[in-house]
Design a protein around this ligand. Sequence first.
Ligand code: ADP
Length: 323
Amino acid sequence: MSTGPVKALSIRNLTKTYNNGVQALRGIDLDVTEGDFYALLGPNGAGKSTTIGIITSLVNKTAGDVEIFGHNIETDLEAAKACLGVVPQEINLNQWDNVYNCVYNPAGFYGLSAKRSKERAEEVLRELQLWDRREETARNLSGGMKRRLMIARALVHEPRLLILDEPTAGVDIEIRRSMWGYLRRINESGTTIILTTHYLEEAENLCRHVGIIDAGEIVENDRMQTVLRKLHQEVFVLNLEEPVPASFRLEGFNPIVLNEHEIEVEVYKDKNLNQLFSALNSAGIHVSSMRNKSNRLEELFMRLVERREQEHTRMVAEPEQQI
Ligand code: ADP
């Protein structure tokens, strides 16, 4: 029997319906391979926090299975937890503890001996450059140091999987970049990392694979390079002099009708604006103005969701193509 790569995380048909009836997850499947650096992205309200909440046992799932290194979080919770380190979005340190105890005390909760806890506390505090600050009260640390301390705390029991929820939200660009350095090193030393982020640049810099979630469904799950290739294009919004014709062709530019006077088009790097305008001319469409869409991550989400909706509409309209 062949054994595939080890799965750090395996999610099958995970659903979550909150008490108020909101269907936050609609049956997601997700695998993250050991050693990977994985980005979980998606617009606000997509279901990222719910997914992470379930993996970390803070949120009860409605149905489905979650395994962490083969340990089911329902039937084998202690073993699953031992494999997992979590850095939450909000700073939740015991602010009156000193830096050392913020890391040393949780080690005991994971069952490390006092001797091992001491060794590990020193190791992780040195790794995150906080050893010289070990006597200081946590509340006196800068924002960047507090985040580093939360990473140190999450690593003290040597988890094989580290999950970070928006690790650099609200920190300045210098701290963000130095944190990328730490995270890269942790990953290179063998720890699998999953992070959520609002910064495409962060995911682009760190992650090898990416999953994009929207409205409780995984809409993309691929290598980062493959997903980014979809961005090697510019998206323009065209304002039209006349109302958008009922039907028209703009081969190769994937037009989307936004409203009566606006369409959106993609211009891939193998095409140029002259080709776009000659296609528009052939279609009898006259453009009065155009603008470039800017936010790349938002743009990526929008394109994926719109494409999915178009495919869905096509499949409903032309059911024979499903086969
Ligand atoms: P994200 O982290 O991607 O922004 P969330 O997982 O927080 O998304 O939310 C997914 C959906 O579930 C949203 O519609 C949100 O309003 C809803 N939701 C999240 N938490 C709760 C809750 N505790 N009770 C009810 N609905 C919730």
